[in-house]
Design a protein around this ligand. Structure first.
Ligand code: HEM
Length: 272
């Protein structure tokens, strides 16, 4: 077996697979959403895609290292002039360095098109948050029923009753949402909705403030919470907020030096 060939093929294959896992990680929903709804793609969870990406990444790096080792003569050739003297800053090296500096600087200062690449990933991830829904707080699936009730101001007895009514298997208030989900073959989100007796048709603004609302545009927010956009704009303008097309809740709140949570509380008072 020719080791040099093996290394080149390993670099190529691991690069190809690394690319696939990179695209998946670029579009994968935020962790809080992925774990809340048991998100999978081709049977693999977000964590499994991350693990694959990391180990294929290391395999790729290792094979590139040996690829360089076996092709070192060609590499050093790139750094020699016509007189066979070693020079580092060849024309090609300078251009390569310039491109690297441009991409790094552009990304650091978030200048288009580098910022566009980052923002586009965020747009896809936010779309997924809208589609699947955010948990009431980060990693709520790891909370026991007792802690969940404490954090959201829910009545523990009522929550336990709601679960029993729907024949959900669990041993007591110390069980986490995730444990109950696993035993009952449900997602943490489904367990939560049963626990709070959530009715989509009657759903309005919940008593607690959901995560990630600041990033939603007003239109997306109204869609997610079943509110009439026109009515919401009227209430906000009446209260002195500046509302423009496609502005996010964070921007609208900032127009009165407030936070998205303040804005949410105002809408709660008006629409619940
Ligand atoms: C083809 C080159 C590569 C591309 C395009 C790429 C792309 C990505 C993307 C899109 C993410 C997700 C970023 C996010 O969370 O928004 C990511 C995460 C990551 N990448 Fe890469 N990657 C590449 C190579 C590598 C290599 C060689 C390694 C080294 C082992 C590596 C290690 C990681 C790690 C540790 C993370 C964080 C994973 C996590 O979220 O837990 N990547 N990469």
């Amino acid at each position: 077996m020719r080791v040099r060939r093996l290394i080149s093929l390993l670099s190529l294959l691991s690069f190809g697979l690394l690319l696939v896992t990179s695209i998946v990680l670029y579009i994968v929903p935020h962790g809080r959403v992925a774990y809340w709804v048991d998100w999978t793609l081709w049977g693999l969870s977000k964590t499994q895609w991350q693990n694959l990406h990391i180990n294929l990444g290391f395999l790729f790096l290792l094979s590139v290292f040996f690829h360089l080792y076996y092709n070192w003569n060609s590499i050093t050739h790139y750094f020699k002039n016509k007189l066979n003297r070693l020079i580092i800053f060849t024309k090609e090296f300078n251009v390569a360095l310039l491109i690297i500096l441009l991409v790094s600087g552009g990304t650091y200062f978030m200048v288009p098109p580098f910022s566009t690449i980052i923002d586009f990933s965020e747009v896809i991830k936010e779309k997924a948050s809208l589609k699947y829904g955010n948990p009431p707080y980060g990693h709520a699936e790891l909370s026991s029923l007792k802690v969940l009730c404490q954090r959201l101001g829910l009545d523990l007895k009522q929550v336990l009753n709601n679960l029993k009514k729907r024949n959900i298997k669990f041993s007591g208030p110390q069980d986490t949402i995730l444990e109950i989900a696993r035993i009952n073959n449900l997602t943490p989100k489904q367990v939560y909705e049963i626990a709070i007796d959530y009715d989509k048709k009657k759903a309005g603004l919940s008593a607690f403030i959901p995560l990630g609302i600041g990033k939603l545009t007003l239109k997306e927010f109204c869609q997610q919470f079943g509110l009439n956009l026109q009515d919401v704009v009227l209430v906000l303008e009446k209260n002195g907020y500046v509302v423009k097309a496609n502005t996010t809740l964070k921007e609208i709140a900032a127009s009165r030096n407030q936070t998205p949570s303040d804005l949410y509380k105002l809408l709660q008072q008006n629409f619940n």
